[in-house]
Write a protein that binds this ligand. Sequence first.
Ligand code: PA5
Length: 435
Amino acid sequence: MSFISAAELEAQQEKALKALDTLDSKSGKGNDFLGWIHLPDAITPMEILALQTAAKKLTDGVEIVVVIGIGGSYLGAKSVIEALSHSFAALLPNRRHPLVLFAGQNIGEDYLCELLEVLNAKSSACIVISKSGTTTEPAIAFRIIKKHMEEKYGKAAAKNRIAAITDQSHGALRTLAAQEGYSTFAIPGDVGGRFSVLTPVGLLPVAVAGFDIAALVGGAADMAKITAEKSLNNPAVNYAAIRNALYNKGKKIEILVNYHPKMHYFTEWWKQLYGESEGKEHKGIFPAGVDFTSDLHSMGQYLQEGERGLFETVLSIGNENSHLEIPFDEQDLDQLNFIAGKRISECNKMAELGTLLAHVDGGVPVIRIGIPQLDAYAIGGLLYFFEKACGVSGYMLGVNPFDQPGVEAYKKNMFALLGKPGYEEVLSRQCGQSM
Ligand code: PA5
């Protein structure tokens, strides 16, 4: 509160409540992409069961499932699986569920070759995800993995190891899946990629990894109720109001901070959600992320004393799921006996509190968002909370939070440079520019 006045906050809260109304009444920009708002309530127990059954069928006797997708067709599943998985899942013997690996989120030749090396030695299945069905990165990866599977298992058996998640009726992937006879799941037409984690896009991979998708959806459903409230008790309204108040005071960079290594990809998901939703018309807070305490030893100096155009949003997790105390050591050569008997998580909490106080002192506003522990229910709630706040915040900024016109620019150039038919004019313009 030392960074914004009560009047400034009240003005933004009022604006946020209006934006919430615009969102809920579907009267704002991009209102044909608001299907995500009611997803948690709309998903039926039958649909959850169908996804769990499909996950089981796909993974029967399988050691690795490759999930192919990029952007919103990748980051939701990746963030949830990382948040809920054992930190060293890949090395665990006697796994009950297959290891989920990702592809199509880059165009790395080494990455794909090394993945094929692993798949040659293991039994695998694949989920290919693309709403448009035409995105280059996942299309390239799928062509490679499909060929690998057909050669290794034979065409007929390979088709039972592949599931496709795409638009109900449009796109190359829909046509391909129908022709090849893959099992398919649909992404609702009114749900955009970065808001699709609670559709099969996120739920099937998470179920494949062995996590409780009913609890994930349950957490989101409870958060949907809380964030529907047209009052200042609504945390999504307050988060949107505070970050816009800070933005108006020149704080143009928001850094999502976590103190839990499993939350790294949650930050990546959040960065996409806010970056693609708000970064338009030369406006928008730049979303960045750090993993503390690791990054206190790389970014800590800048955060404490660099340019003051930033603020932090700290994801604070209450209880860790394990228990480990620092042992007493007779010799105390490392001089750590002053914390002997304390839990590791207590040290982490003190690092969190100490950093928060230091950064506020150093002129960095800090928003703190707490969840009780890392589990499917809490993550489901957190996902929905950030989605709802993003819709509200984008409307407060005056942009359409549900499109991403800027993403097309690089694609046009890449297609032209690769010689895709129909892009000749772009290529001649590029040649003109580079002369
Ligand atoms: O949020 C979005 O819409 C994008 O990030 C898309 O998810 C991403 O570009 C991938 O698109 P698609 O699912 O069509 O392959």
